[in-house]
Design a protein around this ligand. Structure first.
Ligand code: 2NE
Length: 270
């Protein structure tokens, strides 16, 4: 794939090609730990993927072979959050989680090396995860004085079951790629040198499918886990589809033409 850079960033790389966006955390010297600026850049790039009609699947990864992401940069952890160059403490990892979860296109985590702590929660929230055989997964919160009691705990329990999720959080162990696959935390494991090739193959298979079907399925999966916020997302997609129908257009046209709408020609299907 001939990736083309989309925009210049400091902490990340954002490229696209052939219907795919590729977003890479580029801080390998700290195992791709994120600071507030990294997260703001990631939010920006994922939002651009949301808006870009040429992009149907987003691949999310980390630079190098040692890590996908090691979570919050502990060197800038202050009181009340991680402190950026503006001196303000933030937990904007949680904002990024929402952007990934509500992007109406599949996001595939491409994991080589460590996906740890807040970095592990990010891979968890991606629609699919393709892991290299050197990948290692786990939470560290209760060991380093942190926790993610939002999707990081609750969605994990939906994905791997309560017993396993509690083990992962309470013991802070690391799991290799095969163990992660066995517990349903990821989708497949491939040799490290085939990681991108295999991830692109999965992305291309998705790109051959109906975009609206995929969009509704993603929002349905979210509706199952996210209560009224999930239903709001699903409903937004239903409205989008309704606006595309003649029946939906009749209401708008009647208003603009200052006449009574005539919905009589539209069937009340069983
Ligand atoms: C990731 C892991 C297991 C890698 O171990 P290893 O042995 O391969 O590398 P090493 O030597 O530990 O790390 C290499 C360099 O990266 C830095 C290290 O300090 C080291 O720096 P130097 O000594 O070479 O200068 N590094 C790695 N992770 C870092 C991090 N997160 N922040 C800053 N520097 C980091 C191992 O490094 C590890 O366990 N890392 C820490 C993982 C962790 O606890 N992350 C935070 C969890 S809390 C969180 O992410 C979070 C949350 O709970 C809620 C909201 C938002 C975020």
């Amino acid at each position: 794939v001939e990736w083309q850079k989309v925009r210049d960033y400091q902490d990340i790389i954002f490229e696209k090609a052939e219907g795919m966006g590729k977003i890479t955390i580029n801080r390998p010297e700290v195992r791709n730990a994120f600071r507030p600026e990294t997260l703001n850049e990631l939010i920006d790039a994922f939002t651009l993927c949301h808006e870009d009609a040429e992009i149907g699947v987003v691949i999310f990864t980390g630079q190098g072979e040692k890590a996908f992401c090691s979570g919050g940069d502990q060197r800038v952890r202050g009181e009340g959050g991680y402190v950026g160059s503006d001196g303000v403490p933030r937990l904007n990892a949680l904002e990024l989680q929402k952007v990934i979860k509500y992007l109406p296109k599949p996001v595939i985590a491409m994991v080589a090396g460590y996906a740890i702590g807040g970095g592990h929660v990010l891979q968890l929230l991606c629609d699919l995860t393709i892991a290299a055989d050197n990948a290692r997964f786990g939470q560290t919160g209760p060991r380093v004085g942190s926790f993610d009691a939002g999707w990081g705990a609750t969605y994990m329990a939906r994905v791997v079951g309560h017993k396993k999720a509690r083990e992962i959080w309470y013991l802070c162990r690391q799991y290799d790629a095969q163990q992660a696959l066995d517990m349903g935390l990821i989708n497949t494991v491939v040799p490290l040198d085939q990681l991108e090739e295999e991830t692109v193959k999965w992305a291309q298979e998705i790109l051959e499918k109906s975009p609206i079907a995929i969009r509704f399925l993603k929002s349905a999966f979210n509706a199952d886990t996210d209560g009224l916020a999930g239903i709001q997302e699903l409903a937004g997609n239903a409205t989008m589809l309704y606006y595309m129908t003649e029946e939906g257009k009749e209401g708008k046209n009647a208003f603009l033409e200052k006449r009574k709408p005539d919905f009589s020609k539209f069937p009340r299907l069983p």
